[in-house]
Design a binder for this molecule. Structure first.
Ligand code: MEV
Length: 437
């Protein structure tokens, strides 16, 4: 097993969990509390958990895996990912291997601008209110920024204000025209919900004065469309050839393009296509203690921004290269939230070797694109069930009580029988133990 390049460790999947942790520790510089967390399973303590939520009765665990082979913006990254779903890590690591041959995944990230919304009702003169709010822009931004001098010090803070007028939708709409102020806040390395909500609440009384209206909601928007990440990749099509019945590299690239266009045209397919992307992104977000529901809702709202729900990514076969692109909002943070209190999050950041929210967003988007490639390649060729079944049969074998030594023979027999249910697994295991199949 070679040390370099850093995220490419052939055979990693064959090692025991302890051997994987040992290798990771040796080659990633992981040490101290982060290593202890992995080695000793020193998870979130009950005490910390009890401070995080109300009515706490314990903690909940998921498998934590390592995605291999990813190269993002020229840097190799080992990516921790938490998921209950089989095949996600294998598919992702395999797709990342194709992508690194095409120079890896490149990303661009916008400034981390989050939107705070203030909803104002019963505004007597919408035009005059808009003028007054926009004229008071500088004072309002100063007032917002006075709440968070630390954020301003590190280069962030409230940057701008926008006004949106939302008229009633039809005669039976029970609420009159709404005057909505958007406060745009550069939240730097934070996810930003706290900073933005505090600022939106602070400005509410002044906005009521300026508009003559009545403020109701003051809350950030999860449609973080000013905080976007774009990931792009190119794969030489020959690499995509499948061993199965499914064809040459160019055939597979064509299949991936056809799958992509299906999702671009059809919301029914787009929902599943985007779920595949989020399989990767959510896994990274969960492992890194992020608010994955915020990112999920932002991603799906962004997917529907044209008025129709669409694919977040697209793939095009051009000549001998398959080009992929994914764009979505990614509100993530490397400060605040549970970053300081959760040992898994600290270990995750150390494994990734990153500090900034922009780096985390880039890596999450790159994982989403690679995961999407893995799913589309499988779907466009042998289908996803074969890979899923291999892992499923293994899980059923373990549930039936097979030891690691007994598993290979049990799996082989279940595959021969074409069965993967627990009763069959138990009876095959019993007969294996008696010396027959
Ligand atoms: C399953 O978790 C994800 C897929 O359905 C994604 C897709 O269809 O693109 C395989």
């Amino acid at each position: 097993m070679t040390k370099e390049p850093k995220s490419r460790w052939p055979g990693f999947f064959k090692l025991s969990v302890e051997e994987r942790i040992g290798l990771l520790a040796r080659h990633s510089g992981l040490g101290g509390a982060e290593l202890t967390f992995l080695k000793d399973q020193e998870h979130l303590s009950r005490r910390t958990a009890n401070h995080m939520i109300e009515n706490c009765i314990g903690t909940f665990e998921l498998p934590l895996g390592l995605a291999m082979n990813l190269r993002v913006d020229g840097v190799d990254r080992l990516v921790p990912l938490a998921t209950e779903e089989p095949s996600v890590l294998a598919g992702l690591s395999k797709a990342a291997r194709f992508l690194r041959r095409g120079a890896g995944i490149t990303t661009t990230v916008t400034s981390p601008l989050m939107i705070g919304q203030v909803q104002i009702l019963d505004v007597p003169d919408l035009g005059a209110a808009r003028t007054r709010v926009l004229e008071a822009r500088r004072a309002l931004l100063e007032e917002a920024n006075a709440l968070d001098p630390r954020l301003v010090e590190v280069g962030g803070g409230a940057q701008d204000l926008e006004v949106r007028i939302l008229p009633p939708e039809g005669d039976d709409d029970p609420v009159g025209t709404m005057f909505v102020v958007h406060l745009l806040v550069d939240v730097r390395d934070a996810m930003g919900a706290n900073a933005v909500n505090t600022m939106a609440e602070q400005l509410a009384p002044r906005l009521e004065e300026l508009t003559g209206g009545r403020v109701r909601l003051r809350i950030l928007s999860n449609l973080a469309d000013r905080r976007l990440v774009t990931a792009r990749a190119r794969v030489p099509v020959d690499l995509l050839a499948s061993n199965g019945a499914s064809g040459t590299g160019p055939d597979v690239a064509l299949g991936i393009q056809e799958a992509s266009v299906f999702a671009e045209r059809d919301p029914y397919r787009a929902a599943t296509h985007n779920k595949g992307i989020m399989n990767g992104i959510d896994g990274v977000l969960i492992a890194l203690g992020q608010d994955w529901r915020a990112v999920e809702s932002g991603a799906h709202a962004y997917a529907a921004r044209s008025g129709r729900y669409r694919a977040l990514s697209s793939w095009r076969a051009r000549g001998d290269v398959l080009h992929g692109e994914l764009e979505l909002p990614l509100a993530v943070g490397t400060v605040g939230g549970i970053v300081d209190s959760h040992p898994a999050v600290r270990a995750g950041l150390a494994i990734l070797g990153i500090k900034t929210a922009a780096e985390l967003a880039s890596i999450a988007a790159a994982v989403g694109l690679a995961q999407n490639l893995a799913a589309l390649r499988a779907l466009a060729t042998e289908g996803i069930q074969r890979g899923h079944m291999r892992l499923h049969v293994r899980k059923v074998g373990l549930s039936a009580g097979a030891t690691e030594e007994e598993l290979p023979a049990l799996i082989e027999e279940l595959q021969r029988l074409g069965r993967a249910d627990l009763d069959t697994a138990r009876s095959v295991l019993a007969s294996l133990r008696q010396g027959g199949a």
